[in-house]
Design a protein around this ligand. Structure first.
Ligand SMILES: CSC[C@H]1O[C@H](OP(=O)(O)O)[C@H](O)[C@@H]1O
Ligand SMILES: Nc1ncnc2[nH]cnc12
Length: 311
């Protein structure tokens, strides 16, 4: 067996972040495994570079894959090195992220094994996770009114609907409550989130989505419901239940990712996947005057965005 390459020359524009139950994308050809160290530490897993044939040109399109919780699910939600993950992806050229997440359902009509393409987030994390690239002498405030990328969401929804009838059930919108964990919610909390209009709940949408926005990367999460949390009169959520539903629906999840990657690999989405619409978003969010900027913060930003990006 030939050794996998540890570098990849061309920029990789599209990445998938795999969550609980998705530690690898086996159905694609792996061509490289990258170890990228960042000023924010080491990512949760090596970055696999996979070749996916473009359905239009047949040309292999590189896709980056990273496992959020590590190859063996060794990082708890509050331990995931989110900054290193997002920074490493940006460094190899990524401008589009499709992130997978196993979620609890907060609404009767979102049944276990249904998919949801969320359009909003309610933050119930507790401030214990490093959550920004802008600190240590460079203050920046990016807009986050719409935490997901609507252009990507449209593509994802169309792909999901194209698989309906083959077992996929899709909800086009939803609010994901991101709780701190690692313990699951109390019943009072679960009912509170329902009264707030939460659709689904996980422990990983944040700060991942915020960091992607700061890094000017288009980001869309695909949620797969695995349980009814603890508000429902069915059995309370537990890990075995989450894993069993992930496993039972793995084929659908795989087909869904495959369809999304097929679609995003088409030339017609060339502008979308390089996230032209986000270019400069971070450059113009800086509040710190040049003379007040911290040297180390600027060195980290040079690493991430390229030297002199912030002028
Ligand atoms: C194992 S249940 C809780 C766990 O599942 C979800 O993981 P991910 O979002 O990475 O798919 C949730 O966010 C928790 O981390
Ligand atoms: N009920 C739940 N709460 C938080 N994260 C989850 N991931 C899957 N099910 C979950």
């Amino acid at each position: 067996m030939s050794k996998l390459a540890d570098s990849y020359d061309d920029p990789v524009r599209i990445a998938v972040i795999g969550g609980t139950g998705i530690a690898a994308l086996h159905s694609f050809t792996q061509v490289a495994s990258l170890k990228v160290d960042t000023p924010w530490g080491t990512p949760s897993s090596p970055i696999s570079i996979l070749h996916h044939p473009s359905p239009t040109s047949g040309k292999p399109i590189p896709i980056a894959f990273i496992s959020r919780h590590g190859l063996h699910h060794e990082f708890a939600p509050h331990e995931v090195p989110n900054r290193a993950n997002i920074a490493a992806l940006r460094k190899i050229g990524v401008r589009t992220i499709i992130a997978f997440s196993a979620v609890g359902s907060l609404q009767e009509e979102i049944r276990p094994r249904d998919f949801v393409v969320p359009d909003q987030i309610l933050d119930r994390s507790k401030g214990v996770r490093p959550l920004t690239f802008f600190e240590g002498g460079l203050v920046g405030h990016v807009g986050f009114g719409d935490p997901f990328d609507e252009g990507l969401a449209e593509v994802v929804r169309a792909c999901g609907h194209s698989l309906e009838g083959e077992g996929v059930r899709l909800h086009d919108k939803g609010t994901v409550v991101c709780m701190e964990g690692p313990q699951f919610s109390t019943r009072a909390e679960s009912n509170l989130y329902r009264s707030w209009g939460g659709s689904v709940i996980n422990m990983s949408a944040l700060p991942e989505a915020k960091l992607a926005r700061e890094a000017e990367i288009a980001y869309q999460m695909i949620c797969m419901s695995t349980d009814y949390d603890c508000w429902h009169d069915s059995e309370d959520v537990n890990v075995a239940m989450v894993m069993a539903n992930m496993k039972a629906n793995a084929e659908n999840a795989k087909n869904f990712v495959g369809a999304v990657l097929d679609e995003l690999s088409k030339e017609e989405h060339g502008e979308l996947v390089v996230a032209k619409h986000l270019d400069g978003g971070s450059k113009f969010c800086i509040s710190t005057a040049k003379e007040g900027r911290g040297k180390e913060a600027m060195e980290r930003m040079d690493w991430l965005f390229g030297e002199g990006y912030f002028g």
